[in-house]
Design a protein around this ligand. Sequence first.
Ligand code: SF4
Ligand code: SF4
Length: 302
Amino acid sequence: MEGLIFDIQRSRLDDGPGIRTTVFLKGCPLRCVWCSNPESQRSSPEIMYNANLHIDGCEECIKTCPANAMEKDERQGIKISRDLCKVKCNECAKVCYSNALTVIGQRVSVEEVLKAVEKDIPFYRSSDGGVTISGGEPLAQPEFTREILKACKERGIHTVLDTSGYGQWSDLEKIIKYVDITLYDIKHMNPLKHKAYTGASNELILENVRRMGQKKMPIIIRLAIIPKINDSKENINELIELTKEVLALRVDLLPYHRLGVSKYKMLGREYGLQGLEPPTREHLNRVRDLLISHKVGTELVV
Ligand code: SF4
Ligand code: SF4
């Protein structure tokens, strides 16, 4: 079985307990306006262009592109007409000596993923770590996700699923049999605001996490703190209620950051949250204190 990934990163420390290898699956049905991994969203490979690496005077990709989708550009070296780049042949990236053009997304088999993650089994053992499946959205490739997790469990590897929960319960139910801890990303408790900022309502997400709670699955709720969007007292209070209802182990707070902004330009896309500043430490402490005052365990993930 094969799936589409955009990265496998070793020695991760923030994707669950211990030292972990995280497999990032490509493709996500949500479009969170603050997403710091826009290259994870589309469910097909795509070309990323880093103008800083372009070599002045080089026109190799322009000459190579069978769709005439590349042209010279005064400001940024070359310009890609993404509407014309329909064949997605990746020929431009193959001839780019400087790696200004790279292909994001590769199809790999479950066996290839396992070969990569098995390299670090000694580190998992010594640190109580393991493998995390993240994205993108793992539920967008349910069979692939399930088979990787199942193979990990067969090898005695600890597993974490990092999900928005936006997927079919019938898929999630089959996957969580092979999951030790689920990092469950809640974007917003209000369905209308959830739709406005992610493109979809949160009803399915909340229904799925409640079903997991009923099954007493170990869940850590994750909330990216986006100032003025999901950090109101009302929203945090609703999140606290949910956390208690599903018996979540704790709430991880992830401060909004702007590290992914340049990637939007490299993918020929607009970033939707221009001008928004990351939360201050005082701001994060206020949210953390509110959780603690309701006896909800919390950690800051930076
Ligand atoms: S992927 Fe192929 S069609 Fe698209 S820009 Fe590159 S060379 Fe042209
Ligand atoms: S092949 Fe690479 S370095 Fe050459 S023009 Fe294209 S993007 Fe620039």
